[in-house]
Design a protein. Structure first.
Length: 319
């Protein structure tokens, strides 16, 4: 008897997320499948790019004595999934509404606050108040269920590209079943490119010519499997990133003096992207520390590449 071959398409991928809802009725149990336990409509589908799923586990060598040479059977424990996926950095279309990928920020320990009526703020949290989520990841013909998900988030704004947020999601194994890929209507806006028309960066209120910008929350996301507990936790984070700018006159900006200063020298950071209401965003931090700069080159022009650490809390605003 032979296995049945199916013409599955590797590009037919879809990610959906359902956040824990403390007000759900009937009440949800933390870490269960929130889609199966409530309403399938709770699943928010997100248009991703470069999505990859990996299945991870630990293999325990049993070290058996059986009077033979060769390979010995092992035990497998701690099976779980990880997903790496990017979303285009764009607004919701309406300034006061959360973006479609709002849930990916929230499971990375970011708040979601739309109370202003004019914008949505995503601020770093350190009080364990952020939710977990159930993630459904479809690959043509197969549905992978991830429970109790937490995530790291980072971003990349490279010159003449569509900027992206990248999420690295870890979730408890919730099952793999046959399932056709749904055909949702995505609500995400078309992004605008990183360019002179749409993008500015300011350090301590001074605008510089941006080549590349990155920020990474550097969240420590851990999967644990212990007697009495299986789950995923976000245990700490230490955000950092890198800025590349065209090199200005040394009298106007001296990153070497800043990095060598005997006193703590922190600069404010503000990156603005977009011009249209409903498709604009800002990434800001009141205090970053510039680290060891280096020279580089872009299109024949001299640049500074400057890594930085975030002393203050990073905020992302969509408007």
């Amino acid at each position: 008897m032979a296995a049945v071959y199916k013409k599955y398409k590797v590009k037919k991928l879809l990610l959906g997320i359902a956040l824990f809802n403390s007000a759900a009725s009937p009440a949800l149990v933390k870490g269960e499948d929130y889609v199966a336990a409530s309403d399938p409509q709770a699943l928010q589908y997100i248009q991703t790019k470069n999505a990859e799923l990996t299945y991870e586990s630990e293999e325990i060598d049993r070290e058996l004595d059986d009077a033979t040479l060769g390979w010995k059977p092992k035990l497998t424990v701690g099976t779980h999934f990880k997903i790496s996926a990017e979303v285009e950095a764009a607004g919701s279309g309406t300034a006061e509404n959360p973006v479609a990928y709002d849930g990916l920020f929230q499971i990375a320990a970011m708040s979601s606050d739309s109370s202003s009526g004019t914008h949505v703020d995503y601020n770093e949290l350190d009080d364990d108040s952020w939710p977990d989520a159930t993630v459904y990841f479809y690959m043509d013909g197969v549905l992978h269920k991830l429970l109790n998900c937490q995530s790291n988030v980072s971003c990349a704004f490279a010159n003449k590209t569509a900027p992206t947020f990248k999420n690295e999601i870890t979730g408890v194994y919730g099952g793999v079943v046959s399932g056709s890929v749904p055909q949702p209507t995505f609500t995400q806006m078309k992004p605008v490119p990183v360019s002179n028309q749409y993008t500015t960066i300011l350090l301590d209120g001074v605008e510089y010519v941006l080549v590349n910008f990155s920020w990474d929350k550097k969240a420590e996301v851990s999967y644990s499997n212990l007697p009495g507990y299986e789950g995923v936790s976000l245990d700490d984070f230490a955000p950092e990133g890198e800025i590349e700018i065209l090199r200005p006159a040394l009298a106007d900006f001296d990153p070497f003096a800043i990095s060598r200063s005997e006193e703590d020298t922190f600069l404010s950071l503000e990156l603005n992207h977009g011009k249209t209401a409903g498709n604009s965003l800002k990434i800001s931090n009141p205090e970053i520390q510039l680290l060891t700069p280096s020279y580089s080159e872009f299109e024949g022009k001299s640049t500074y590449k400057i890594p930085y650490g975030c002393v203050g809390a990073t905020a992302i605003r969509t408007f």
